[in-house]
Design a protein around this ligand. Structure first.
Ligand code: FAD
Length: 500
């Protein structure tokens, strides 16, 4: 029989990823006690299976391509050092050891309970102790009931969706978690999907030496952004040797034996000795050593019993404007789990606001209060939310695309600029090619969207985020002088084009 015991805290945070850590920290800074319940590694996806390892896998290819584009930088080999790349990735994940993040929690005076949580009633969470990855044999059967005096925050992240393709599960596909943790380079890698993860992983594995096949249901890549973005990334992936099949889907997968000389030791994150023959809807087939599914992610909520929650048409927990489950005054859903954030930085932003809000509401006589300022954007659909796609060329976007702006009925003007024509870009890399698009709200004469596609554009993004969030009028932006000769001089060209 499991041993039972009880604990109570002001705030119970389920999920110790970047979002849960930040929310708990802000609640503690606001004078409350907090516990984080984590079933795998403290730090969550970003640290071990997403942002950090993926960017570590992508950086060597980006750096070596950048050096090769600079005359006089010396002879830079085309192929990257695969072993050193995997070593660097492993170092960035601390070899999947979360001790430093556990220490951070201790220093922040946040208690940690390792185990898998489920909601069992109002302000009540049941935890089965243990770590999913390694198992804690001593504690495995111990069940702890944790009560929240003030609030429970579900920061439980998201999970990849696996499309219902006949034979796919049997072919043991990777998701991004296995792809970012592997130390194998499949000869042929079939990636299903055309979004951010698919494009980044196609770039990384093409750099590592795989023949990458990208099967995309739609007619372009990165379809949430303006068409020119996906076109530039597709052109460059093709130049890297990636085989892209648009407007097609995998209809069935079948396992076939690998040729004898290709056999590779088989373990959890390694390439299988069995190859997969994928039949596509266009009648063609692809035989791959490994399939990677990158067809989207969905919120990952724990089991919820003992309370009735309002659900939306997709079955997701309905949230009010402050990320609180509709009809409750104690249950919050934040970060990827809320589906109102899809990046670490945006989830952490929500976490800071909600952590503060929970603390403020706890000290208010009526238990109420609103987010810290009129500017807080918790819906994730306002003009902030920047994103970088670490492909080659890099894609950096913030605010609205032209399509989104017209769907909202805004009166906008779109200004395109050729980044390659900027003096700083020509110096940055021989044959620099790139484009910027600025979307201006013609009523307020402010910027409401910006997209940069080109080598090393990621670091240019924050200036656009500030201009958008600060609602800086173009007439004022004109006085923000970009330094010569930098690629940022594109701002000057844009403002000149806008008539300033
Ligand atoms: C391949 C890839 C690359 C990415 N790259 C970037 C990037 O470059 N930049 C960026 O900003 N974003 C990136 N993202 C998105 C980013 O990883 C997520 O937005 C972020 O990790 C979400 O943080 P979170 O805390 O909400 O969820 P998570 O980090 O997933 O944390 C949730 C935690 O909850 C725990 N948990 C879940 N259920 C329970 C339960 N019942 N009991 C106890 N614990 C539980 C999980 O074990 C997990 O540790 C990337 C995503 C992927 C997949």
């Amino acid at each position: 029989m499991p041993a039972a015991n009880q604990r109570s805290f002001d705030v119970v945070v389920v999920g110790g990823g970047a979002v849960g850590e930040n929310l708990a920290d802000r609640a503690v800074q606001g004078g409350l006690s907090a516990v984080v319940i984590e079933g795998e590694l403290v730090g969550g996806a970003c640290s071990y299976w997403a942002c950090m390892p993926s960017k570590a896998l992508l950086r060597p290819g980006a750096a070596s391509a950048a050096a090769r584009a600079v005359p006089g930088a010396g002879e830079v080999p085309g192929a990257i050092d695969v072993e050193a790349t995997f070593d660097s990735r492993t170092a960035f994940t601390s070899n999947w050891d979360d001790s430093s993040q556990v220490e951070w929690l201790e220093n922040a005076e946040i208690e940690l309970i390792r185990g898998s949580a489920r909601i069992t009633g109002p302000r009540e969470v049941e935890v089965r102790r243990g770590i999913k990855q390694t198992g804690l044999e001593d504690d495995d059967d111990e069940v702890v009931t944790v009560k929240a005096r003030v609030a429970v925050a579900l920061c439980t992240g998201s999970l990849p969706t696996i499309p219902p393709i006949e034979g796919l599960v049997e072919s043991r596909p990777w998701t991004s978690a296995e792809a970012t943790a592997t130390s194998d380079v499949p000869d042929d890698l079939l990636i299903i999907g055309g979004g951010v993860i698919a494009c980044e992983m196609a770039t990384a594995f093409a750099d590592l030496g795989s023949r990458v096949h990208l099967v995309v249901r739609g007619g372009g890549l990165l379809s949430n952004l303006d068409d020119f973005v996906g076109e530039a990334v597709a052109d460059s992936l093709r130049d890297m040797g990636v085989d892209i099949r648009f407007n097609t889907e995998v209809s069935t997968c079948e396992q076939v034996e690998a040729p004898q000389q290709d056999l590779i030791v088989d373990d959890a994150a390694s390439v299988s000795s069995i190859r997969t023959k994928a039949a596509l809807t266009d009648g063609s087939t692809i035989v791959a050593d490994q399939v990677l599914v990158a067809t989207g992610r969905e919120p990952h909520l724990p089991e919820i019993d003992g309370i009735d929650l309002q659900r939306d048409e997709r079955g997701a927990v309905k949230l009010d404007d402050d990320m609180r489950a509709a009809g409750t005054d104690w249950l919050y859903v934040v970060g990827d789990a809320s589906s109102k954030a899809h990046t670490t930085h945006q989830g952490k932003y929500q976490a800071r606001i909600i952590g503060d809000l929970i603390a403020r509401r706890a000290s208010a006589a009526d238990g109420e209060g609103s987010p810290d300022s009129e500017h807080a954007d918790l819906r994730g659909d306002s003009f902030g939310a920047p994103q970088v796609v670490f492909t080659r060329p890099e894609v950096a976007h913030v605010g609205l695309t032209s399509d989104e702006a017209s769907k909202r009925g805004l009166s906008v003007q779109s200004h395109d600029q050729d980044l390659g024509a900027i003096a700083g870009a020509a110096l940055h890399a021989k044959g620099y090619s790139g484009r910027a698009r600025f979307i201006v709200d013609t009523t307020s004469q402010t910027l409401i969207g910006a997209t940069f596609v080109g080598p090393d554009t990621a670091e240019m993004l924050h200036s656009a985020t500030i201009a958008i969030v600060g609602q800086v009028p173009l007439s004022k932006l004109w006085h923000a002088v970009p330094a010569y000769p930098t690629i940022s001089e594109v701002w000057l060209r844009f403002l000149e084009g806008a008539g300033l």
